[in-house]
Unconditional design. Sequence first.
Lengths: 179, 490
Amino acid sequence: MGFLLAQAGAEKPLLWVQDRMAILESGRIHPPGLPTQNLIHVEARDAKDALWTMEEGVRCSCLSAVIGELWGDPRTLDFTATRRLAVASERSGTPCWLVRLAGNANLSGARMRWRIASAPSLVNPLDERAPGSPAWDAELFRARGMPPGRWAVAHEAGRFHLVAASGDRTLGEERRLSA
Amino acid sequence: MPHLAIERWAKSADCPPDSPAVLTVEGTHGLLIHAVTKAAAERGAHPGARLTDARALDPSLIAVQADPEGDSALVQRLSKWAGRWSPLVEVDGDGLRLDVTGVAHLFGGEQGLVRDTHRRFAQMGLTSRVSIAPTAAAAWALSHHAPCICGPDVAAPIAPLHVSALRLDSDTVRTLERLGLKTIGALIGLPRLALARRFRGGEDVVDALDRALGRKAEPLTAEPADQPPRVLLKLEEPAMHPEAPAQALERLIPRLACELEGRRLGARRLMFSGYRVDGSVAVAAVATAIPSREPNHLRRLLGDKAAALDPEFGFDAFALTADWTEELGAAQESLVEEPSGERELARLVDRLTVKLGSSAVRRPQPEESHLPERASGWVSALAKTEPILLPPMQRPQRLLDRPEAIDVIYATPEGMPRRFMWRRSVHDIARVEGPERIAPEWWRQPSSTRLRDYYRVEDSAGRRYWIYREGLIGDGRGGAPNWFIHGLFG
């Protein structure tokens, strides 16, 4: 999640859409833990409402980004829906990320698709038993106009940097990004 | 509406029109008759008489308990419905009082207004007696005793009426009768000073007379301070097809926008009401985040809700009211046709709120509290938020709405957790940091609430959680402490 936020601008508000299942399963966003407070949170009843909200948001150029979280594999989330989002996003210039929790990487019209899993954090310089700066294992498995790749990313002191890749790891949660 | 109670009952009970029925209320000495049907009246029953007396005259009377609350509720509903004739309607006992100043010409003059009123009440099976008079008291007196349309001179038509038409209490009326002053005309002829001296206590006769003759103002209490912008569309015939509300809205919105622009106002809340032929009103309402009078935006907000209005037996009038407005000067957004960010955002919020409900579209409003679930407050996105600086703490990016109980292996009594089980899967804790102790807020929570020791833990796969132990062993507030998972780090 920090992975996404670092890519969003700060001066305009952020639209964060979660469907009810995503809130139940992986929690509601907690603004004190986020770098920006300037956001609008939408609790959608189901994937259909969430996608509608995202599309309304993406069409609007007054947002810094739109983030949508969907749980599982809803039927309404098909190729058409994702392609609509991608096209609308390119037209308005508002970045849009679709976060799929516990979903399968099925057909999608997204421009970039990432698979992101958490990785053991970096060593905490103050206390080696404590968790350090967060790290992720990010795999770009499909993208338009660029080769796929896999990186280990860490967030430290307010910026992202790549760290040395460290072996294979099981994929905890999968995320896919569009636009 | 002189026979409201009995007509309402007759309609709901579906009784034949010639049945001798009476409605009764509890009196001090047994049941009193409240209202009678025509058939019962012919057999000697009359309102105010005792039921036993009426039964003595005709034992075949049907007596039913009256329902004054239901009657007054109907009058209240009718007062909303009577908004079709005038925006100012006041419930006055069993009648309605309308301010028809400058309204009558819309219905073909005062005669036409009275005819229209009679006709519409008759369609609902209610008898109406309508009077139009320059003063409210005179209109009441005339409608109860001699319905007519009264010109600018009030004194002439009310002079022959009985003094009780001034709505004096019964003792005063009796005193006046004893003095031989049976009509209002007789009272008008008396010197004011003598009248005022004779009736000083209790009901003031001079006052009542002044109100009837227009020497003293009697404003309608229902009058709002400022008339909200309102546009009306009346249909020739009741429209029953489902597209009718949407089409009416199409025609009303530009007119309302014009009116708003003329008054330099922007709508914050809009009410679209459809008046049905049976006297009920269907209402669709929307609110906006910033004052707006842009027709396209308002149409988009109201469209779905208006289309969902059920015509039932048909609509015969529509009204669009901006019942909450704010100042909005004429503004040009920018030289190029590009809407400003703030306004655009407000419109987006409006659209989302209308579709998903105001409780689903929210902005964070931090609270000054150490408890994480209180610290992250939410308010409706339509409301304004005030930034509060929170102490820089390591907080998770996600919080579960309700902390979930987990099983934890830990070094008792206050050691670090080693392993926990959440949602049927076991997580080995690789790294842990804590505890961060958050004490209960004793000023608002019961004294049995236990403190929480929060730990940031990371399992072997690198997933980071925020878990807490509720209470300590031996803190006197329960047995062994329980563990909960409260948040997830993204």
